[in-house]
Each structure stands twice: as C-alpha cells, then as structure tokens.
Ligand binder design. Sequence first.
Ligand SMILES: [Zn+2]
Length: 301
Amino acid sequence: MERAENADDLAGSAPHADLLERGMWRRRVLACVLAAGLHGAMPAAAAADTRSGFAWPQGARAAVSLAYDDALDSQLDHALPALDKLGLKGSFYLPLSNPAVARRMEGWRAAARAGHELGNHSLFHQCARSKPGRDWVEPHRDLDAMSVAQMGDQVLLANTMLAAIDGRQERTFTLPCGDTQAGGRDYLPAVRAAFVAIKVIGGSGVIDAMHTLDPLAVPVATPSGSSGAELIAIVKQAVQRGTMVNFTFHGIGGDYLSVSAQAHAELLRFLADNRQLVWTDTFINIMQHVRQQQARPPAAP
Ligand SMILES: [Zn+2]
C-alpha cells in the first residue's frame, strides 16, 4: 500500500515523529523569551560575533533561515505567497516520494525559479521505527532496517532528482526526524561530501557562535503553535548574539505541526522591516557565506 508521509495521511491520524518536539519546543520558546526579557525594543548594542572577525553581509547583525520541511500543500498555498509578497527567500526540503511533490511539481519549480531553495529531505523520509512514538513509520521505510550504503545511495539520488527539478548542483540536507543512524550506524559520513550544509534537530535554533559552527551539523528549531511574538523574540536573540537562527517549519496555516498564517506573516513582516539588521536568505546562501567567513584567517588579537 502506498502511504507516503504527506499531509493528508498525517492529519488527524498517524502522529508525525516531530510531534514529540511540540511540547518541548513551546516550553523552550517561553523559557527563552522570559529569560531574555526581549519583549521590548531591539537591543541597542548588538554583540556581534566579532572576536573571530566573522561578519554578515552589508553590516547585518544576524541571519535568519526560513525553512519548510516535508513538501506540504500549505507551504505552497500560504508560506510561499507570503514570502514572495515581501521579497524574502526560503528553503523547502522535499521528501521526493511525497505525492505532493509530483502533484504540484510546477509549483516547486516556480519556487526555485523565484530564488527559493529546494533542499534534500531524502527520497522516502526514512526514520527509525524503534524510537518512541514512531509507529507511523512503515516497515519498508524503517531506517533501523536499512544499511548505511542503502541510505547513502538514496540520499545522493535525491540530489540528482532535485537537480532534474531545479537545475542546481549545490544542495543542503535536513535529516528526516533528525535521525542519523541507519541500521545502527551513522550514515552521515556516507553523504557529507555531497552537501554545503546539513541540519540536525535541536536547541533553540539560535547559533551560539558562528566561528565554531559545524556547517554539517547545524541545529534547527521546529516551531509549532508559536505566536508571531515568540518567533520574533527568537530572532532578537540571534541579533543580540550576532549569530543566526534556523527555523524549520512544517504546516503554515494548515497541515500538521502548524504555525498559523498570521504568526508566520508577523515574523515575515518583522524580517522585511528590519532588512538592514537581519539578513534573511536561503539556508544554502547563508551557509555558503558562513563557510567563506570561517575559511578566513583569524583576526589579529
Ligand atoms: Zn520531515
């Protein structure tokens, strides 16, 4: 039976693995907001990551990556028009077997033509069935039952298929469910060389320091049910640190693990109104810049 992990299948039925993150995420956001006390004005003197000489383009104080996983209809219907309306660029991570990829192929192609990123989210969204709450993982898509070589082959093939969609050769990858083990062994060594950057799930999504960030293990936040104010507060933390924040959304105004269209619009409005302060771009563009900056010789003491 064909039952891909798409919105129709998951809405109100099998729980997505990332649902486990939801409660944790909301507590984390609230804790961060309360601790930082950032409800008020923007910090006057942002402490950029200057010790390392790291700099963002055009004097920006922080970077923001807006990413959308799982190729969901609500992303094409709500997120993309909201981004385009304000001239902001996002990254869309496609599990290529999702029927919504084939069904709305022209929509994804148009997004790429408009400057958005299409990222690798594997062929079949394989996750480890042995983890708690993973009953929804179909046995033939169980990462526990695969070898490193099999998963490695499939992830690399996904890059080829994405190139057939958008013509691009450089790519970033978001791990399905954040799982790294295929058949009990780390599969990332089999695919690392094929990517500019790789995202892993964890943390608030605000990077501690840019000069020590591993481009092949970039932490992301997966907001769900967050308000616009909560999302903006996280951006302000990145501004305060002089680093970056990585948001990985799922549904926008629909589907699952959703953020409302209003909260999403409030975040985008804030980013559009603060372009000089915050560089919002695709994850691949940001990470290419990060790699260039990290390759620079250290600043003189
Ligand atoms: Zn996913």
